[in-house]
Design a protein around this ligand. Structure first.
Ligand SMILES: Cc1cc2nc3c(=O)[nH]c(=O)nc-3n(C[C@H](O)[C@H](O)[C@H](O)COP(=O)(O)O)c2cc1C
Length: 169
């Protein structure tokens, strides 16, 4: 079945299973250029009485530049059999590889000209609402959090977006 718009209230993904086993593609940009990368960290819920999705991006990612320069981002969950694509987009940078072309992904555009992929099982199109850097001073359980930083990379920037469109099959 084709990817088509759906009321977010009727979309009921099993988020712990999905985000654990089908890491989504986070994409930002527009018709003039965009970038995508695999993300493992993603939350959906309600904030400020709005349906929201929060993603976490290290500043060294090429995608970070697009997250900063654009007001919208998308989260595309690919079918479970597309693990080669999520592995590729999570281990190559758009700085030196055309990941979307190499993976044969078909770009569609949603609200705010935000790019997402027609091959997805479901998609959230999000308008940036709130942006904040994660900082070591806020780590309440240091043993759980600090191992993710240092040599592994910089502290993530959180982007909470209002889910303004959802698509499913
Ligand atoms: C399963 C998986 C999950 C990942 N989750 C995140 C994440 O939540 N945040 C992040 O900044 N990088 C994450 N990454 C790393 C980026 O996807 C990776 O560094 C990518 O090559 C960045 O591409 P870019 O430079 O084109 O943005 C993840 C990688 C994998 C394989």
């Amino acid at each position: 079945m084709d990817l088509h718009p759906v009321d977010i209230k009727t979309l009921a993904p099993e988020v712990f299973r999905v985000f654990g086993g089908q890491p989504p593609l986070l994409t930002a940009g527009d018709e003039n250029g965009c970038n995508t990368m695999t993300i493992g960290w993603c939350q959906v819920g309600v904030l400020w009485n709005l349906p929201v999705c929060t993603v976490y991006v290290r500043p060294e990612r090429h995608t970070y530049t697009f997250m900063e320069s654009h007001d919208y981002f998308t989260v595309s969950v690919l079918p479970p059999d597309q693990k080669k694509i999520t592995a590729f987009c999570g281990s190559h940078s758009g700085r030196d590889t055309d990941k979307i072309g190499r993976c044969g992904l078909t770009v569609r555009y949603g609200a705010g000209a935000a790019p997402f992929f027609d091959e997805a099982e479901w998609v959230l199109v999000c308008r940036k609402l709130y942006v904040q850097d994660m900082v070591p001073q806020s780590a309440a359980a240091e043993e759980a959090i600090l191992p993710f930083y240092g040599e592994k990379g910089g502290w993530h920037r959180m982007y909470t977006g209002q889910v303004v469109e959802a698509y499913t099959r």
